[in-house]
Design a protein. Structure first.
Length: 269
């Protein structure tokens, strides 16, 4: 099926009506933001439109990829990692080496999980399975990385004077920032931990529901959903650990001075 032929499918046309209803509900949030002067409507509106365009574009591309060889899946996943790193770096804007850190962290965390689970058979080595599931893993790694970078940046900026004082006493940089690295990793994993706590009680994930509706054994659907959640947790944890450890090293000069997190020169202090 060609790129443009997909849009004539009756299911796609029916989905546009559902999109309109969901968008109307989202519009309520924008209206409330404007009425209460939250000043979020521009960012929320742009993000909403951007998300819709991006996911439709990706769905169209995946539809075309279903007809090509498996090798293309690897290229698509690598591209996703690069894009995820580019998006995630905004949360750590000003942090030394933030894009490189994000790219290495996301590639390490999500890549290791994807390769391992393909080898274990949890992710089928087909375009139809590899790209959607791999995309979920990469997206979660990106979100966790963003949270870790944001928290690490905030911790360093809030405690800069204390850090520089301890450095002046001759304490090694890696020891100085170890506490902030740990705090950042813990904070980044809170959403995932909460999802695991509520899994099956409050949170019934879409994949499990979809498998049950498609006729799969409910117990197997639950097992596979847990596998997905475990993959997301592992990818997120590995990513945040790798990225915060790396940024902890990039945060200091060769003279063991703390770099500013705005691209300027380190203080002599």
């Amino acid at each position: 099926m060609s790129f443009f032929d997909q849009f004539g499918n009756p299911d796609v046309l029916r989905g546009l009506g559902q999109v309109a209803v969901a968008s109307a509900l989202a519009l309520v949030v924008l209206v409330v933001s404007a009425v209460r002067n939250l000043d979020l409507e521009t960012e929320l509106g742009r993000s909403f439109v951007r998300g819709f365009v991006q996911v439709i574009a990706m769905g169209s591309v995946i539809g075309v990829l279903f007809s090509v060889s498996l090798a293309w899946s690897g290229l698509v996943l690598v591209a996703m990692m690069g894009i995820a790193a580019w998006i995630s770096k905004d949360r750590g804007e000003g942090v030394p080496g933030v894009f490189r850190v994000s790219l290495v962290g996301i590639a390490f965390g999500s890549g290791l999980v994807i390769v391992t689970m393909v080898a274990a058979g949890a992710i089928e080595a087909t375009v139809r399975n590899l790209i959607p599931v791999g995309g979920m893993v990469i997206a979660n790694a990106m979100k966790t990385n963003s949270l870790a970078l944001d928290r690490f940046k905030g911790e360093i900026e809030s405690n800069r004077a204390e850090i520089e004082a301890v450095l002046a006493l001759g304490v090694a940089p890696e020891n100085v920032v170890s506490e902030y690295v740990t705090t950042s990793v813990r904070a980044s994993l809170i959403p995932m931990v909460e999802s695991l706590k509520s899994l099956g009680l409050v949170y019934i994930p879409g994949m499990m529901s979809g498998m049950i509706l498609a006729g799969a054994n409910p117990i197997y659907a639950a097992e596979y959903q847990f596998v997905i959640m475990a993959m997301l947790f592992a990818a997120g944890g590995l990513t945040s650990m790798a990225s915060t450890l790396l940024v902890g090293r990039y945060a200091f000069t060769e003279a063991e001075q703390l770099k500013p997190f705005d691209g300027g020169e380190p203080s002599a202090g």
